[in-house]
Design a protein around this ligand. Sequence first.
Ligand SMILES: CC(=O)N[C@H]1[C@@H](OP(=O)(O)O)O[C@H](CO)[C@@H](O)[C@@H]1O
Ligand SMILES: [Mg+2]
Length: 543
Amino acid sequence: MDFEAVGKCSALHPKPAGLSLQYGTAGFRTKAEQLNHVMYRMGLLSVLRSKQTKSTIGVMVTASHNPEEDNGVKLVDPLGEMLNPSWEEYATHLANAEEQEVQRVLAEICQKEAVSLHQQASVFIGRDTRPSSEKLSQSVIDGISALRGQYHDYGLLTTPQLHYMVCCQNTQGRYGKATLEGYYNKLSKAFVELTKQAFNSGEGQRCLKVDCANGIGALKLKEMEHNLPRQLSIHIYNDGSKEKLNHMCGADFVKVHQKPPLGLEMKPNERCCSFDGDADRIVYYYTDAAGHFHLIDGDKIATLISIFLKESLVKVEQKLVMGVVQTAYANGNSTRYLEETMKVPVHCVKTGVKHLHHKAQEFDIGVYFEANGHGTVLFSKAAEEKIRHLAKEGKDNKKREAAKMFENTIDLINQTVGDAISDMLVIEAILALKGLTVQEWDAIYTDLPNRQLKVKVADRRVIDTADAERRAVSPPGLQEKIDDLVKKYRLSRAFVRPSGTEDVVRVYAEADTQENADALAHEVSLAVYQLAGGAGEPPQPVS
Ligand SMILES: CC(=O)N[C@H]1[C@@H](OP(=O)(O)O)O[C@H](CO)[C@@H](O)[C@@H]1O
Ligand SMILES: [Mg+2]
């Protein structure tokens, strides 16, 4: 292939000397000003991936819940999944190549992957509301154009909307129409159908306060709002008109700090939720009459959805295998509830959506959620066909109606990736149908008190883990120390792992009381600091 145009254009997107980045759990992420060359090169790579898969590939410019000054990019594979791991390696290699090597690296990838260069290439692009995103997505377009790929720039999109578009395009519309209107129509139609029964029963308005993290979620939710039944009254906060993206608000802030976001006033027992900066995560919460804050995280969302799906399966009298996939961050009591009370098999995998998604594909119905609120449900093709057939042809009226509800649930879920808007509508529908208040949902089980901390170390790669990140196999002595500390407390558990998105080691601990969870997390942090090359001041106790 003639990579000359690539070379010429590369010089306009120079790599800062000595900079080395990795395609991590969520693609590339760092300060926005360091990403111009990465964007250009991911434009190039997306063209090769598109030619190789003979499909449309997605490129999303976002740094999700990270500070507004950061940015990032990730590629979306043909069915809306995360990029294939072997291509993550190419992405890292290409991003870190010196300028004069770029053409050679491209040629190598083409050779290894037998990329047919005559094949057409098509790329979909989306971006979040960061001030840097527009210019960076232009660099992606420069890369695509240098290799003469076709592209469609959707402009502002939530991350899950881009995943959805890619899937629609590559399934020739079977998944839906690859337009924003198509997305809004599919979801709202399913929501209206699903909630008809509940909303027509004369119940008043259901209010929901939504913190949009000052991000893209606010724009897209506003666009969609008028398609939704008026019985669901959505109030948007942190819409980006005043404050900074993700600053003391959004799903990650609420989850990690276990407190309400700035900019959203809560009255007792009001149902509230928060999206993250690119609207692929959601958490719910409320304050009780005594002023206590209650967080309803991804684990409780997974539980609510699993209960509903299990009941739906009984109604349609289908024996489909359902499984729940979690990570080590899942609250111990959620796992216990799912396994012991609900008798649903639960699997623990490594942190990162791609691991959960992959595991969930093994079931007829795979429910997956990270504790932080990223998740969705996957239905096998066979399961989906069975339900759709029953909804259309079922002889028994009751069963057919139940199958129709099930079908609407399937259509309301964005199966490509976790989607705050879709998840919110699924949850609102379930609560309305089951007549549950937010307190009743919260009371399904009680979370074990827990604490997440970060420790700075010289090189976080010294920590190696096993058993879905629940045990540290290096540095020597660290796991033994954690085991000793855990023994001091009741109902306790703790683990450490290097973050895939930040230069820190993450510490997680849970125990019978908040004081004990805090103390255990602090003690484990000190062990990390001492045994894994802590940097700066030693960790301080949680105040
Ligand atoms: C504890 C935690 O919430 N970790 C997050 C965070 O990954 P880390 O590798 O922990 O930095 O960002 C990922 C991408 O958004 C998300 O998948 C994951 O769950
Ligand atoms: Mg996100």
